[in-house]
Design a protein around this ligand. Sequence first.
Ligand SMILES: NC(=O)c1ccc[n+]([C@@H]2O[C@H](COP(=O)([O-])OP(=O)(O)OC[C@H]3O[C@@H](n4cnc5c(N)ncnc54)[C@H](OP(=O)(O)O)[C@@H]3O)[C@@H](O)[C@H]2O)c1
Length: 252
Amino acid sequence: MSITIVVGASSGIGQAAAIRAAEGGSGVIVTYNSNKDGAAETVSRIQEAGGTAVALPLDVGDSATFPAFRTAVEQALADTWGAQKFTGLVNNAGMGGGTLFADTTEEQLDHFYSVIFKGPYLVTQALLPLLDDGGAIVNTASNSAGTAGLSEGYSAYGSMKGAVIVLTRYLAKELSGRRIRVNSVSPGPTRTPFAGGAFEEFPEMTAQLVQRTALGRIGEPDDAGSVIAFLLSDGARWVTAQDIEVAGGFNL
Ligand SMILES: NC(=O)c1ccc[n+]([C@@H]2O[C@H](COP(=O)([O-])OP(=O)(O)OC[C@H]3O[C@@H](n4cnc5c(N)ncnc54)[C@H](OP(=O)(O)O)[C@@H]3O)[C@@H](O)[C@H]2O)c1
C-alpha cells in the first residue's frame, strides 16, 4: 500500500502533488499551517476522485511540535489505512518574500532557515522510522538556487533552497541502504498563492518572466505537482540524488 505525506499541501504545488499522488493510487496525508480550508479542499478533491486523504496541522518552523506530529501521523496511518508505515514524503512547505541582501534582517534570515531548511531536515528525521524501506522522499527546492534562476532579492531564500538540494544528495546516500530514494524538484516561476497574486497584479513582471521562459508561459502548480508524483512513483525507481528543474526552460 502506498501512503504519501505531503507537507504544505493546502494550496499550490503541494496541493497539486497530493492530488496527483492520489490519482496514482496513493493514500495521502496532507498538512497545512494557516490554511485549514485549503487542506480540506485538497482532501475533498482527492475523496471526490475516489481516493483517501486526511489533513493534519504542522508548522515546519516549530520543531518542538515534531514529536507530536509524528504521533498524529501514526494515529492517522492506523485509523485511516490500518497501517504502521508510510511510503512517500514530500517536503514542500515554503514561503516567499524577497529582500535585497543589504536589507535582510537576522530575523528574516532565521525564518527562512527554520521553515525552508531546518524544518524539512528535522521533520524528515522525526518521520524516518515510519517511512517504509523502498520508499521515496521529494524535496521542493527552487530554480532560485541554480545558476539560471537568479533574481535580486532572494539571497536568503535561494541559499536555503540550495542547502535543500545538497541535503537531498546526502539523504539519498545515507538512506540508500534502506532503498529509500531521495530527489528534489526546482520549480521556476509558478502561479500559486506563494507569489501573493503578483502575476495578476504586475502583468509587466509576468510578461518579462514569460519572455525568459523557453516554453513561453508561467508555470502552473500541476507542472511541478506531476513531476513530484512521478518521482514518488515506481516509474522513477532508478532515480535518486537528482534535482529536476521544472521551469519550462527558464533562461535557457
Ligand atoms: N511558486 C513559485 O514560483 C515557486 C518557485 C520555486 C519554488 N517554490 C516552492 O514551492 C513550494 C510550494 O510553494 P507554492 O508556490 O505552491 O506556494 P503556496 O501555494 O503558498 O504553498 C505553500 C505551502 O507551504 C505551506 N507553509 C508555508 N509556511 C509553512 C510553515 N511554517 N509550516 C508548514 N507549512 C507551511 C503553506 O501552508 P499554509 O498556507 O496552510 O500556511 C502551503 O501549503 C515552496 O517550498 C516554495 O518555496 C515555489
